[in-house]
Write a protein that binds this ligand. Structure first.
Ligand code: BGC
Length: 373
């Protein structure tokens, strides 16, 4: 058989990149991470990419790079700095951002919760407290009213399992707890919050597309309990219009290249995860995939090789509908501060200068052609 040279993607496939508020916006001082930074338990995000002020310049890059979709998160602590107190300025800001994307015909994915909680939520015990589930529903209701008409895809919660594990089991994210029962409670509460948000969003917008972003690792040999925790349990207990897949990890013995951060690069893992998700019969959007690569020496091949596996998964019947690279710009990488460079676009944090990396241009061609050539 002759080798297929051009790998065409289905019409309407979504292409873009993702960010999250605390990692890029700068000037956020009223959430769990800012509190932890003040206590010197994690690095401070400070001005980050100053994206809150420079969003238009950054989103123009999205346009230049031919993306037709963009994922970002809303910062709950800006929108509701105290329980029941709504910050008009923040709501208008996000309205401006969404309107801009809408006008440019760029599909919007918004994340309501990406690892950060307002200080007042943290002080009531965060997600270990059932009350937070109700508070999150109230916040979601406000977003539906004020911004919902501009949202194409809703991601209620980013990586509930990772958040629960890092904050309540491994003790690496605030609130730095190490208690398996709390971690389980937090995971359950985040999934309950997703479900409540799902119902609320659908009450306003019956045709809304709502899901959560789940980090799914490919384990070799299989680890049934972990698989149950990541896939069977959450998708059996929640309602979803799509699967948001964040994929970074291959956990197995194969000798593979590694990224700067030491994470194994094994594109076939993405194929396997996608086929594993096929029986859910839900459209799949890859809501994160990427690597730390300051020199941009691996990213182009990484993008090519992972996307080739996406194409193969499509050919094998996995209903993949979009791909969002992590990340648009270099940003604040949680407990590691500014150490890792995940951006398609490099950021000089002293001058705030943006430089498009060569791999971003390569990806831009794929986005334009809807194909890998
Ligand atoms: C998170 C991102 C993070 C990325 C790279 C994902 O688990 O959603 O916020 O930057 O991994 O570590």
């Amino acid at each position: 058989m002759p080798e297929i040279k051009v790998l065409k993607f289905p019409k309407g496939f979504l292409w873009g990149a993702a960010t999250s508020a605390y990692q890029v916006e700068g000037g956020i001082e009223n959430n769990n991470w800012a509190l932890a930074a003040f206590a010197k338990r994690v690095p401070a995000a400070g001005l980050a990419c100053d994206h809150y002020a420079r969003w238009e310049q950054d989103l123009s890059l999205v346009k230049t790079l031919n993306h037709n979709a963009h994922r970002f998160s809303l910062e709950w602590s800006r929108i509701e700095p105290q329980r029941g107190e709504w910050n008009e300025e923040a709501l208008i800001h996000y309205h401006d951002v969404l309107s801009w994307l809408h006008a440019q015909k760029i599909k919007t994915f918004i994340t309501l919760h990406h690892f950060t909680d307002p200080e007042w939520v943290e002080k009531q015990g965060g997600w270990a407290n059932r009350k937070t589930v109700v508070d999150f529903a109230v916040y979601t209701d406000k977003i539906c009213q004020r911004l919902g008409h501009l949202v194409d895809y809703w991601i209620t919660v980013n990586e509930p399992g990772i958040y629960a594990s890092m904050g309540y089991l491994q003790g690496k994210f605030p609130p730095f707890k190490k208690n398996v029962f709390s971690a389980w409670r937090v995971y359950r509460n985040l999934l309950k919050a997703h479900d409540a948000a799902y119902r609320m969003i659908h009450a306003y917008y019956p045709k809304a597309m709502v899901g959560f972003a789940q980090n799914i690792v490919w384990d070799e040999p299989p680890r049934p309990f972990r698989h149950w925790l990541r896939v069977n349990f959450p998708y059996r207990h929640t309602k979803n219009d799509f699967v948001g897949l964040n994929h970074y990890f291959y956990n197995g013995r194969k000798k593979t290249p590694v990224s700067e951060r030491g994470w194994k690069i094994y594109p076939r893992a993405l194929f396997r995860v996608l086929l594993d998700l096929k029986p859910l019969h839900l459209p799949i959007y890859i809501t994160e995939n990427g690597l730390a690569d300051a020199a941009d020496s691996q990213r182009k091949n990484y993008i090519h090789d992972y996307l080739r596996q996406v194409w193969l998964a499509l050919a094998a019947g996995a209903p993949v509908r979009g791909y969002l690279h992590w990340s648009l710009v270099d940003n604040f990488e949680w407990e590691d501060g500014y150490k890792w460079k995940f951006g398609l676009v490099a950021v000089d944090f002293k001058t705030q200068k943006r430089t498009i990396r060569p791999s971003a241009k390569y990806y831009a061609e794929i986005c334009k052609d809807n194909a890998i050539k």
